[in-house]
Design a protein around this ligand. Sequence first.
Ligand SMILES: [Zn+2]
Ligand SMILES: [Zn+2]
Length: 93
Amino acid sequence: MPLLATCKCGRQWSGTVQAHCTVCHEHFSTVNNFDKHEPNRRGCKKPAQMVRKKLDGTVVPVFKAVEERYGVTWVGWSEDTRFTENENEDNTE
Ligand SMILES: [Zn+2]
Ligand SMILES: [Zn+2]
């Protein structure tokens, strides 16, 4: 049985890989993604508004919202296998 974690905002999730922000209550698929939204008590970055520039200069979202069993989870584009392969890990600043 998967262990369920719960936040006071009501969000539940399973597994220890995912990360929930107790400030903005956004939910991330990995701790790495969590770190990317720069958690800050005075206001985290909003994952929905975060973009990055690809090597070819196009601006793409950093995260994509995936509706999971317990609610929306922010997933890195490169983790989404439904996305084209050439979008993978080119997020050098
Ligand atoms: Zn946050
Ligand atoms: Zn929460």
